[in-house]
Design a protein around this ligand. Structure first.
Ligand code: FAD
Ligand code: SIN
Length: 523
């Protein structure tokens, strides 16, 4: 028997939970997440959330910083809308119990990050995401209309395809009726039928060997929508955070927040020389694409594995009180940041593109919404401004909540959906082959589709990925569903989309830097 709910939410980060809380007064809600509800990218966010809350800041300045960081590929009207919604969204988060740091005067203690012309980042110490996740999780778990199902993996969207109809990507009448899910406690496949589905599955960091993202980030939502013939865009814009703690055996890499550079920390080569002045007047606080590429260039020139982030000149008491998490985590890794430099290197961090949505969070598929990192709203353009991601997630969840509440009366549960056809009878004989293939995908993407790309590298990447695609499809067809195999298949799907869109872009813009198309301002 299929489960039926008015609103199905796939993902329990800031996008999924804020949507759930907003629709819950209007019907039954089910939130699924593939591990524990708290294990999300949101939980690891450090710097904070960008919003215009006081002078001398203004919407105009936040708009201009976002546009300039995105190399003008942003959707201007979306940027204007998101920036204006900022203060209201901060208010909603606080109403749900999130605490942001304040100064003794009662004003917010605003931080500054790369690409921001003003201090405008609201934060909770250096673990803002943990605080937001805590507050939202508490609210959702206590809401009588919301059922939370952890360890429940969304496998595929249910559309007309499952009623035996042929659908094509250009079709404008594709509809989503629900989701097939895999219960990871007992490996049973369930059908969830719904009137509104929200995809809020986060990013794709695990496509790369080194990432700041937790293990959950395997691009599932994007792969699901792509297979259901929905529209995906801007996948070539993968953001590498310039400063992840360099430790090749650690996964995910521990992030060293940009707010530390906002507080005065300076990037230096391992022989102690600052280098950012060679690349941008804003030096260590230039936008992320510029800083990550500058570090990449220095590492390649010098044959080094990391550069240094130097905080030693900063007031040590203030440093410890503003960045307690970083101080403790670095100590665990045997670095006292008040006395020693932090070894850092770029790591895959954020995807600017994804499932195309309109200003209501509506995807190209009817009854299907998306918000947060999985989506492409037009806010970020070719490069995301720091701390605009949490903001984007709450704004579009709010818009999608309003749109799906309106849609509720027009949408019906669709009957006669067949159960999942589990033709595959066996589990893969050797799970190690899946592990190996995942490693290969990560190697291909890291070696050929990283911070600096070329036509030849992209071509190589595609040829190699194709082999893995064919092998994995054969294995998938004959195997029982398993988390690892589904994730591998999804990673290959999103890897293909990144390469395809990178090949299609015949210019270097923002995060997509192809040496065969030198940009106007050369690095
Ligand atoms: P997530 O928070 O990633 O949640 C995804 C959810 O989807 C999880 O619950 C997961 O279990 C679920 N899921 C995924 N696939 C499936 C599936 N197949 N089936 C079921 N469930 C599934 N942004 C900022 O704006 N400011 C910051 O300071 C900041 N710092 C960051 C620091 C780090 C270390 C990282 C990694 C990111 C940071 N970001 C920051 C980015 C930001 O945290 C994320 O973009 C944002 O939290 C994404 O939220 P989300 O709700 O879209 O997805
Ligand atoms: C950071 O704190 O440096 C991460 C901020 C972000 O990704 O927006």
């Amino acid at each position: 028997m299929a489960r039926k709910v008015d609103f199905l939410v796939v993902g329990s980060g800031i996008a999924g939970l804020s949507y759930a809380l907003k629709v819950a007064e209007h019907g039954s809600v089910c939130v699924i997440s593939k591990t524990q509800i708290q294990e999300t990218n949101t939980r690891y966010a450090q710097g904070g959330i960008a919003a215009v809350v006081e002078k001398p800041d203004s919407y105009k300045k936040h708009f201009e910083d976002t546009m300039s960081c995105g190399s003008g590929l942003n959707n201007e009207s979306i940027v204007r809308m998101v920036v204006k919604e900022g203060p209201k969204m901060v208010h909603d988060l606080m109403n749900w119990g999130t605490q942001f740091d304040k100064k003794p005067s009662g004003h917010f203690d605003l931080a500054r990050e790369g690409g921001h012309s003003e201090k405008r980042v609201l934060h909770h110490k250096d673990n803002t995401g943990f605080e937001i996740q805590r507050a939202l999780t508490e609210k959702v778990l206590n809401h009588p209309n919301i059922t939370v199902i952890p360890h429940c993996f969304a496998v595929d969207l249910i559309t007309q395809h499952h009623l035996g109809k042929q659908i094509k990507r250009q079709d404008s009448n594709i509809e989503c009726y629900g989701v097939y899910t895999l219960d990871l406690n007992n490996n049973k496949i369930e059908t969830i039928l719904t009137k509104n589905t929200m995809i809020a599955t986060g990013g794709i960091g695990n496509l790369y060997l080194s990432t700041t993202n937790p293990l959950i980030s395997t691009g599932d939502g994007i792969a699901l929508v792509y297979r259901a013939k929905g529209i995906i865009e801007n996948m070539e814009f993968v953001q590498f955070h310039p400063t992840a703690f360099y430790n090749p055996i650690e996964r995910p890499s521990f992030l060293i927040t940009e707010a530390l550079r906002g507080f005065g920390a300076i990037l230096k080569t391992t022989d102690g020389k600052p280098f950012m002045h060679k690349y941008d007047d804003r030096e260590s606080l230039a936008p992320r694409d510029i800083v990550a590429r500058a570090i990449d260039t220095e590492l390649k020139m010098r044959g080094d594995y990391f550069v240094h982030l130097d905080c030693r000149h900063l007031d040590s008491d203030e440093l410890k009180s503003k960045f307690p998490n970083i101080y403790e985590e670095c100590l665990k890794r045997r670095i006292d940041i008040t006395k020693e430099c932090i070894p850092v290197a770029p790591a895959a961090h954020y995807l600017c593109g994804g499932i195309k949505i309109d200003n209501n969070g509506q995807t190209s598929i009817k009854n299907l919404y998306a918000a947060g990192e999985v989506s492409s709203s037009g806010l970020h353009g070719a490069n995301r401004l720091a701390s605009n991601s949490l903001l984007e997630a709450v704004v579009f969840s709010d818009k999608a909540a309003k749109a799906s509440i309106q849609n509720l009366s027009q949408s019906k549960f669709v009957e006669k959906i067949p159960d999942w056809n589990d033709d595959g009878t066996t589990l893969p004989e050797e799970m190690v082959l899946i592990t190996q293939s995942q490693k290969e995908v990560q190697q291909i993407m890291t070696n050929y589709v990283g911070i600096v790309r070329s036509n030849l590298r992209l071509k190589r990447a595609l040829t190699r990925l194709e082999i893995l695609y064919l092998e994995t499809e054969v294995l998938y067809k004959k195997s029982k569903l398993s988390l690892r195999l589904c994730e591998l298949r999804n990673l290959i799907n999103v890897g293909y989309l990144v390469i395809k869109m990178a090949k299609e872009r015949k210019e270097s813009k923002g995060l997509h830097y192809n040496i065969d198309f030198p940009p106007e301002i050369n690095l």
